[in-house]
Ligand binder design. Structure first.
Ligand SMILES: *Cc1c(COP(=O)(O)O)cnc(C)c1O
Length: 960
């Protein structure tokens, strides 16, 4: 196969200018880097680096490259095949108005969407503040003691609630989780899938039936699916007597006016924050909220933001109890949430900040009043409304007229939900007006209905007195200060300015692939044709989405060598779970359901064992050799030993150690010989695209982190997408969906996400990325990623030991530098280096993964040599500082590394008693001053925050 030489890349300038925009180093820079590496050409470097045995023989069969303008204009045409109607389907998805100040300054702003998960809290105080606001909002509205900083979606949150219930319920002998039949169908679907994987029993029935059974937990929906409002205080009290944990899925807008589930007695409350100003987007992404009692805090799934203090004793925020996270707890983790929904949680919190308690009440009351007027009109004409009580949803028995009415509504521009037995349900939302109520009367009753809004207006009695919220909500000042647009704009900007994102400098996080998220890729996300589509809208209205998704699937299949793609998982970790479920079902279908051992190399990401546990597999660790490769002898012996019970191997390729293992094909063969399946963790796919294919080298299933390799931004910790590629034999066993039937998977394959295609509205990003780059661009990206990583390894290798390398001393697309010897000699730790990098304006690389005491650096193809040189310069300067500590010329404790990061307050304080200058502290290299990034707090105390867990908004006073 002909390699793409630097020259041919230059020649591409005219045909596909996007490649030159996406790939950081220009032709001259590439030439210089090749010289540093002592190779003649990029081709030679790739030959030296990537094993022959895995190389593709032919270029990928796909068109392109295409220009940005061409791509957007084509996609606009595709999008126009989506018909935007007023969707009144409800079921957890509602039309909403994104306040434009949030749309432009957050959702469409790379300062927010290109940031990473806030593992370095000193450069993430802005989104941490937004997230703790999200938690405060959740606590206020749900009535719970404690809330987390978002989960993937409502249905997943319900499954997590079940898992929590099982962990904490005192009814240890029960294995039954009860689900009220009034829950949303997709939620029931996802809960059932999870229960089956865990080996729990699930019973779906009426709330009354719950009391006839012995259960460890129950899920209720409030308001109910049919719209009715039930005061479940008594039921909950009875369930508590029986030691059952009561979980309540709820509606965030309804909670503004309803008694909180916490007050009714719930132990866990969850739901979607979508209708707080996040577009429906054909299913996502949206942030789920999750609250529980203080006593269950150690069992909470997902992340929690907490208050701690920095080294000056000032209040500062960080992710609390990180040791519960899967990368540390591995198979003992509470959940396998890795990527969450930070950007969307931020947006929902800002929606609450923007409207404040009074604004939210106005919106909720208006929605309710319109619903009430609609209902009065319908009742007047004798239409049977099934639910006496309601907030925004009416269920109407239309009998044989169901289909006719639904189609008449569609013609009039409305989507209603057609339920079972001739029932139609209608959920009103923030966007509805008097006009809509009149139009609905016309559809349901006929144009001569003779009703008038004013004639029917009156005081609603549809919310039972015992369920009307009393007392004030959202009293914290953050919800009461920023209601003019000027105030709001400045608030958003102030938070943004505290955070380091790709708009400042490279974020070289190994394994995270923080590449360019090109503007042209992002533009379509907020087009109304993509944003304003309900996930359960009729297929005829969603032609644009279906075409775009099919095209993306086709391209991903070509790139990976798989036969099919399942688009449902919302993150890589969820992809792992979906893939392992498919493997499990495949074995069962062959009468080999007893196969339950999952082999995982010791180098694996913690999410691998966490996912294996979610499918009740037994994790057996395979050792690595001294070079960081899988110990093939150990693998062979364990596969042999466990041959009868072997389910699968989970392996990352190239490895988490950043090398292309030569033995990968043999490794896959060994597993297959013993009847096992190969799950390839696709986090490192950026080192394969265009050069090799997981499906060709032996994987049966693999996830693709679209937010790593395929340019979806990380959103400050989500959204993401983790679709899985599967071989034909596994294809029947991947997720289907209970509301929207999918072609391909078996009808009885349960869902892993609430929406049929996961977070569909961000798929145009990956679609555009692939189409604009085309075959040459994709390959050029991979090759440049390898070039950049090897350049980095070579230059840094002169100052720090590079831990692992493959053939010819080359690394793949990332490299690990070992700080342990320096720590032994100087006491300076990897954390000190990470914090000192902030003084240079850089985010730290991945710390202590996959090896403790190291930094893993992944530059990606998008960074120019100039930027790599700045980062390398910073690391060399830091090495020099460490040398001074080693030599004793710098104090071992009071030095710029231990004191890092330095804030503006440090530098401007009256007293400066440090044994190094202010200049050295804040401007350690000459270029740092140009665009200096100031961290807003000093180094944050990790231990204090966990010992004194405080997860609600601090008052402004406590910041001072
Ligand atoms: C990022 C990553 C994952 C998990 O992906 P998420 O999308 O964050 O859930 C799994 N394995 C490896 C090696 C990763 O780097």
């Amino acid at each position: 196969m002909s390699q793409l030489s630097p020259l041919s890349l230059a020649q591409l300038e005219n045909s596909g200018e996007f490649i030159e925009r996406h790939v950081g180093p220009g032709a001259n820079e590439r030439q210089q880097m090749l010289e540093t590496l002592g190779v003649q050409s990029l081709e030679q470097l790739i030959d030296e680096t990537v094993p022959k045995s895995i190389r593709l023989q032919q270029p990928l069969a796909m068109g392109g490259p295409r220009t940005e303008a061409e791509t957007l204009s084509y996609l606009k045409q595709v999008a126009s095949k989506n018909q935007v109607k007023r969707s009144l389907i409800g079921l957890g998805y509602h039309e909403t108005i994104v306040p434009t100040v949030i749309l432009r300054n957050v959702m469409e702003n790379p300062g927010w969407y290109t940031a990473y998960t806030p593992y370095q809290p000193e450069v993430a105080q802005g989104r941490l503040e937004a997230l703790i606001t999200f938690q405060q909002m959740t606590m206020d509205l749900t009535g719970m003691d404690l809330a987390s900083a978002s989960l993937l979606d409502e249905a997943t949150a319900a499954a997590e609630a079940m898992a929590l219930a099982k962990r904490v319920s005192k009814n240890k002998k029960s294995n039954l989780f009860f689900v009220d039949e009034q829950c949303f169908p997709q939620t029931i679907d996802v809960v059932k899938t999870r229960a089956e994987a865990f080996g729990f029993d699930v019973l779906v029935g009426t709330a009354e039936q719950a009391l006839e059974n012995d259960l460890f937990g129950i899920l209720l929906q409030y308001p109910c699916r049919d719209g009715s409002l039930r005061d479940e205080r008594e039921l909950i009290a009875k369930l508590h007597e029986r030691k059952s944990i009561v979980c309540v899925a709820t509606d965030i807008l309804a909670l503004v006016v309803l008694t909180s589930p916490g007050e009714l007695g719930a132990d866990v409350v969850l739901g979607s924050s979508q209708r707080f100003g996040v577009p429906m987007g054909f299913g996502g992404p949206h942030a789920a909220f999750f609250g529980t009692r203080d006593q269950y805090k150690r069992s909470m799934p997902g992340r929690i933001i907490g208050v701690s203090v920095d080294s000056r004793g000032n209040s500062a925020l960080r992710m609390a109890m990180q040791t519960r996270e899967q990368h540390i707890r591995r198979e003992k983790a509470n959940s396998n949430i890795c990527t969450a929904q930070v950007l969307l949680a931020n947006m929902a919190a800002f929606y609450a900040v923007y409207h404040g308690p009074e604004g939210l009440k106005r919106i909720a009351n208006r929605v309710h009043r319109l619903t009430d007027i609609l209902a009065r009109g319908l009742k007047k004409t004798g239409l049977p409304i099934l639910n006496e009580s309601y907030f925004d949803t009416l269920s109407i028995d239309l009998g044989a007229r169901q289909a006719e009415i639904v189609s008449a509504a569609e013609k009039a521009g409305y989507n209603l939900f057609a339920g079972v037995d001739g029932v139609v349900s209608i959920s009103l939302n923030e966007c509805c007006s008097r006009n809509d109520v009149e139009n609905l009367w016309a559809v349901l009753i006929g144009p001569d209905h003779g009703l008038t809004i004013d004639g029917l207006d009156g005081v609603s009695s549809a919310i039972p007195a015992s369920l009307q919220r009393e007392g004030s909500i959202l009293t914290h000042e953050v919800f009461n200060r920023y209601h003019s647009e000027t105030e709001m704009l400045r608030y958003l900007k102030r938070l943004e300015n505290k955070d380091l994102s790709l708009t400042h400098s490279m974020i070289a996080l190994g394994s995270c692939t923080m590449k360019l998220n090109a503007t042209s890729e992002m533009i379509p996300v907020t087009w109304t044709e993509f944003g304003n589509i309900h996930p359960f809208a009729p297929a005829a209205q969603t032609g644009g989405y279906r075409q775009m998704i099919t095209e993306l699937e086709t391209m991903l299949r070509e790139i990976t060598g798989f036969d099919a793609v399942c688009m449902q998982p919302n993150s890589g970790a969820q992809g792992e779970y979906a893939g392992l479920l498919a493997i499990r079902k495949y074995h069962e279908s062959r009468g080999e359901g007893h196969r339950n051992v999952c082999l995982i190399p010791s180098s694996a990401h913690g999410t691998n064992p966490a996912s294996a546990m979610m499918t009740s597999m037994r994790v057996v660790v395979v050792e690595c050799d001294s070079k960081g490769n899988v110990d093939v002898d150990d693998l062979r012996a364990k596969a042999q030993d466990l041959s009868d019970s072997l389910s699968c191997l989970m392996i990352t390729y190239p490895s988490t150690h950043g090398v292309y293992e030569e033995e990968i094909i043999e490794i896959c063969n060994i597993i297959h010989q013993h009847g096992g399946q190969v799950y390839m963790d696709g986090a490192n796919l950026n080192a394969q695209v265009g050069l090799s294919k997981p499906g060709v080298i032996g994987a049966d299933v693999s996830h693709m982190n679209l937010h790593k390799t395929f340019a979806i931004p990380h959103g400050g910790g989500g959204p993401g997408m983790g679709p899985i590629g599967i071989k034909a034999h596994l294809a029947p066993f991947v997720s289907n969906h209970s509301v929207v039937k999918l072609d391909g998977p078996n009808a009885d394959s349960g869902a892993v996400s609430a929406a049929p295609w996961g977070s569909a509205s961000i798929l145009p990003i990956s679609w555009a990325y692939i189409r604009m780059l085309g075959e040459q661009g994709l390959r050029a990206s991979t090759e440049t990623a390898i070039l950049n990583a090897n350049y980095m390894a070579k230059r840094l290798g002169e100052h720090f030991p590079v831990l692992y390398s493959g053939r010819n001393g080359r690394v793949a697309h990332e490299c690990i530098i070992d700080l342990r010897p320096l720590k032994a000699a100087s006491g300076i730790s990897e954390e000190d280096v990470a914090k000192r990098l902030i003084d240079f304006g850089f985010h730290a690389p991945t710390m202590s993964f996959p090896v403790a005491g190291t930094l893993m650096i992944e530059p990606t193809e998008s960074e120019s040599k100039a930027e790599l040189d700045r980062f390398i310069g910073a690391m060399i300067a830091i090495r020099g500082e460490i040398a001074q500590v080693e030599a004793g010329t710098l104090d071992a404790e009071n030095n710029m590394l231990k004191n890092a990061p330095h804030t503006l307050a440090d530098i401007t304080s009256e007293s400066w008693d440090r044994p190094y200058s202010k200049q050295q502290a804040a401007y350690p290299l000459s270029w740092v001053a140009e665009g200096k990034f100031w961290p807003s707090v000093n180094r944050i105390d990790n231990v204090y925050g966990d010992r004194n867990l405080h997860c609600s908004c601090p008052t402004t006073d406590s910041y001072r």
